[in-house]
Design a protein around this ligand. Structure first.
Ligand code: URP
Ligand code: ZN
Ligand code: ZN
Length: 460
């Protein structure tokens, strides 16, 4: 199987030039002008289009038992949605309940993806307890190719770890060279504030952001990074949403703490007024940390532009508006948390980031692909356009004009948080290891072809 992408404008994190890309089997083998097409080669004309390295989403939930229900996607729907939107690699959170063993959970999450996913994938291993048996299991999981852990400082009783567990996890991670990703919110403050709001009859979706204001997240970031400072472990803050949390992370960096920072497409484009929409529609926009005051959006965009914020993810966590969000109709604390966005991240970043001049094309590639690959031990197999890299490529059409709608999406959820939003460009041809897996909004790939990506820890 060979593939030739001709005359595209190749855009990487640090270069821009026009050339042809030849892919033999899974791999990019040549990049040059006027490359010939041997017999049997599939040729794609990319004249007038950009060619990006395949995008990587560093934070998704596909299989997620959570808040008394399950997130809606499977690897069959989720990988198709990812590919149609230009994302060729998924890093999923493996999220065991506190009572579950790590190794069995890892195997369960693997079984959801292997033989189903059309795109490549790996996992952040959730550490939701750290008891006598955990350490050996975590060592074994790292041996099997995982190089990042995930801890939750929130979700008391579900996924949250206590301080002893956090300390031990970070010490083990430091020894193994594993990076620890973390959901940073102070769970005690959240729990107390939820009780207070409910006691005064405040039950609607907008109370969600009242229960976890920016100080709650900033405390979580400061808390994690104090532990990181004392253990020397490398950390990565997932879904950072606001100025206050960013200030804490930057202050820790200045003290020498090792911390990567991720924000989400939702925080860049949506704000808390969405969760205040009447007639329970706000429930579509309930996630944690919550959507913030709009004043935070320029802070986040500037943080990406200036390199303070390293990555943009989706934290894709889809729950139906008709059947699942209403679990919290009488009590906002029971609304399943999450806003779907896996399919739209890349097109939104382009339309509302690049086309508005907030970030340039190189920053877009970096924060949604290359920096992710580097942070999570996938580079240069992923996140690069160079001979030897996997032939994961996105031919992007800047002349496309269209509108986001639930009617055309591949995500298995009954609403779009971005319904009716115009797009000024989209991923038009998407390849996974040399095979065309999506074309003009339609999936053309092979379910089950996606590979588990083994990773070697590097964060010693
Ligand atoms: O609201 C969210 N973010 N749902 C998914 C679980 C998590 O905290 O990442
Ligand atoms: Zn989270
Ligand atoms: Zn998440």
């Amino acid at each position: 199987m060979s593939l030739l992408i001709k005359n595209g404008e190749i855009i990487t994190a640090d270069s821009r030039y026009t050339a042809d890309i030849f892919c033999a089997g899974d791999t990019i083998t040549r990049i040059d002008r006027d490359l010939p097409a041997p017999p049997g080669t599939e040729v794609i004309d990319a004249t007038g289009k950009y060619v990006f390295p395949g995008f990587i989403d560093p934070h998704v939930h596909i299989y997620l038992p959570f808040m008394g229900t399950h997130a809606k996607d499977t690897y069959i729907s989720g990988s198709q949605a990812a590919l149609v939107g230009g994302t060729t690699t998924l890093i999923e959170m493996c999220c065991p309940a506190c009572k579950d063993d790590a190794l069995a959970s890892f195997e369960l999450w693997m079984s959801q993806a292997v033989g189903k996913s059309a795109c490549d994938f790996t996992f952040h291993m959730g550490v939701t307890k750290f008891d006598d048996t955990s350490e050996a299991q975590l060592r074994e999981i790292v041996r099997r190719g995982i190089s990042s852990f995930k801890v939750f400082l929130a979700y008391k009783g579900a996924f949250g770890v206590d301080d002893t567990e956090l300390y031990r996890t970070l010490k083990l991670a430091k020894e193994l060279g594993v990076v620890v990703t973390a959901h940073c919110e102070n769970e005690t403050l959240v729990a107390e504030r939820c009780k207070e709001l409910l006691a005064t009859g405040k039950t609607d979706p907008a109370q969600h952001h009242e229960s976890r204001p920016p100080a709650v997240e900033a405390e979580g970031v400061h808390h994690l990074l104090t532990f990181a400072e004392l253990t020397g472990a490398a950390t990565y803050i997932v879904h950072l949403s606001c100025q206050e949390a960013l200030d804490q992370a930057i202050a820790a960096r200045q003290r020498g703490v090792r911390v990567g920072i991720e924000t989400l497409i939702q925080y860049l484009l949506l704000d808390k007024t969405h969760a205040e929409r009447p007639n329970f529609e706000g429930a579509k926009y309930v996630m944690s940390p919550p959507l913030r005051d709009v004043r935070n959006q320029p802070v986040l965009w500037n943080g990406l532009r200036d390199g303070l914020i390293n990555t943009v993810a989706t934290d894709h966590a889809p729950f139906d508006f008709e059947k699942q969000k209403p679990m919290g109709r009488e009590d906002f604390t029971k609304i399943p948390n999450g806003i779907p966005s896996l399919e739209e991240r890349v097109n939104l970043l382009y339309t509302y980031g690049v086309k508005t001049g907030k970030i340039d094309l190189h920053t877009m590639v970096n924060v949604a692909s290359t920096a992710v690959a580097k942070q999570f031990d996938l580079f240069p197999r992923k996140g690069a356009i160079q001979p030897g890299a996997d032939a994961d490529l996105v031919v992007f059409d800047p002349n496309y004009r269209g509108t986001i709608s639930v009617k055309t999406q591949h995500m298995a959820v009954d609403y779009s948080a971005f319904e009716g939003w115009p797009l000024l460009g989209r991923a038009s041809v998407v390849t996974v290891r040399g095979q065309v897996a999506a074309r003009d909004g339609l999936f053309t790939g092979t379910l089950g072809r996606g590979q588990f990506l083994t990773r070697k820890p590097s964060h010693f």
